[in-house]
Design a protein around this ligand. Structure first.
Ligand SMILES: NC(=O)c1ccc[n+]([C@@H]2O[C@H](COP(=O)([O-])OP(=O)(O)OC[C@H]3O[C@@H](n4cnc5c(N)ncnc54)[C@H](OP(=O)(O)O)[C@@H]3O)[C@@H](O)[C@H]2O)c1
Length: 252
């Protein structure tokens, strides 16, 4: 459903992982609301068509930027590019993430390194570069996508849940440090959302997990995008250091 409230008119935003799932829904929602978006993905060219479509449809600018979030030099270059082109950055959405389940005893060094490189270290790096620009303008909204398992834990997810728990604590620390600059930092903890990532656990487990959701259905990527829109906009201008659960009342 379209939500053209123009809540983000002329705001300059960077979103990671825009090519599918939750990131793609946030890209569309923010474009509908007038944001100028640096849309990131790692596969070169993959956003070119949607960027042009959204730019024309909503009379705004969607600028694709291609990099792997583990590459800190690439993050720096994108921050410099944004600073050069717009001299401001109003919002970042740290959405790109990976999930690899492993029971205790089966978690490999590679899984731990890869998961933390994408889900935690990249988020810290992006915040560091974004904060430099935001401090100068004395405003900004940083939105980190955590997970319900980062709050509650989950069997089989010792690595992933630890990475998403780290996202919550780094959100709170950054919120405290950046509040004097009027930079807000919040996190969203999605429950079970209908994307490739959640479906990757297999149909049987998907159906079992849905039974644990009070509302007895998966969430949609758009429902996460709605929460992100609120946090990006001035409707939340006195809210920082918070974690918004978007999970249809899930018990895990
Ligand atoms: N779906 C859920 O139920 C759920 C629940 C809680 C939290 N979350 C969180 O929500 C966020 C989005 O999840 P999703 O469900 O939309 O997942 P998804 O469909 O698997 O999409 C993940 C996105 O992250 C990107 N990405 C992964 N590694 C990257 C890297 N090294 N560099 C750049 N981009 C990278 C992917 O790019 P490629 O296409 O190139 O791989 C893709 O765009 C994640 O942080 C996830 O942990 C999801």
């Amino acid at each position: 459903m379209e939500s053209r409230y123009n809540l983000l008119t002329n705001k300059v935003v960077l979103i990671t992982g825009c090519n599918r799932g939750i990131g793609k829904a946030i890209l569309k929602k923010f474009a509908e609301n007038g944001a100028i978006i640096y849309a990131s993905a790692r596969q070169s060219g993959i956003l070119d068509v949607i960027a042009e479509e959204l730019s024309n449809k909503y009379t705004t600018k969607i600028i694709p930027v291609y990099f792997d979030v583990r590459d800190s030099n690439a993050i720096k270059e994108v921050a410099l590019k944004i600073n050069k082109e717009f001299k401001r950055l109003d919002c970042i959405v740290n959405n790109a993430g990976v999930m690899e389940d492993a029971l205790i005893g089966m978690a490999t060094e590679r899984n731990m390194q890869d998961t933390f490189a994408v889900n935690v270290f990249a988020v810290i790096n992006i915040i560091q570069y974004a904060a430099k620009i935001m401090k100068k303008q004395q405003s900004g909204s940083i939105i980190n996508i955590s997970s319900i398992v980062g709050v509650n834990g989950n069997a089989g997810q010792i690595v992933y849940s630890a990475s998403k728990g780290a996202v919550i604590s780094l959100t709170k620390s950054a919120a405290k440090e950046l509040a004097p600059y009027n930079i807000r930092v919040n996190a969203i903890s999605p429950g079970m959302i209908d994307t490739d990532m959640f479906r990757s656990i297999g149909e049987t487990r998907v159906n079992e997990r849905i039974q644990k959701i009070g509302m007895k259905r998966m969430g949609s990527p758009e429902e996460i995008a709605d929460a992100a829109l609120f946090l990006a906009s001035d409707l939340s201008k006195y809210i920082s250091g918070q974690l918004i659960g978007v999970d249809g009342v899930t018990i895990i």
